[in-house]
Design a protein around this ligand. Sequence first.
Ligand code: FMN
Length: 194
Amino acid sequence: MNLLKLALTSLIAMTCISGFAQNNSQAVLDNILSRKSVRSYTDQEVTPEQVETILKAAMAAPSGMNLQPWRFVVVREQATKDKLAIGFNKMIAKAPVAIVVCGKTTGKLGGENHNWTADCAAATENLLLAVEALGLGAVWTACYPYDDRMNPAIEALELPKDVKPYCIVPIGYPAGNDKPKDKWKPENIHYEKW
Ligand SMILES: Cc1cc2nc3c(=O)[nH]c(=O)nc-3n(C[C@H](O)[C@H](O)[C@H](O)COP(=O)(O)O)c2cc1C
């Protein structure tokens, strides 16, 4: 009888764990498919704890040789946001917080790190997914490789010579009702050969 009880309890526990794992997987996939660019925000503050959660996700990204060349500048001051908002990214001025994703362009021995842009892109996507998971909204606005976009950020943030601004991500609670776009295109996939 005891053995039967133990077997039943184990079976129930295993079913619960596998159901939990399935729900978790679905939640992760749903989050990826729900992400969208959000360009207008309410006045509601984004807390330092939320920013830390977002940056933890960003720093969990993969990077070439695990160099983790990303650096982040969190900007809340209106005067600085105004300096960063130069047209294509004017929503930065109205967001409660903006995160400037920067990359250290040199490797350990001082030579160029050819992977820094790919690494910063991976970190930026992680960051955007964390924003979505927290019910916030954001948009990736490019800096690199355009000098006219990078220079205002380099100046406003006083970046060192070997650190370049990769992109700026304004973050806030969505003011509108932006929806994710359906980008599933099977015709973009090739199997075995083109
Ligand atoms: C490399 C890159 C640069 C981008 N630069 C800008 C930008 O400067 N301004 C802007 O409003 N959106 C920018 N975006 C956001 C794209 O316009 C947006 O991701 C695209 O339209 C797809 O929409 P979705 O993000 O809602 O899926 C950029 C996205 C990427 C990946």
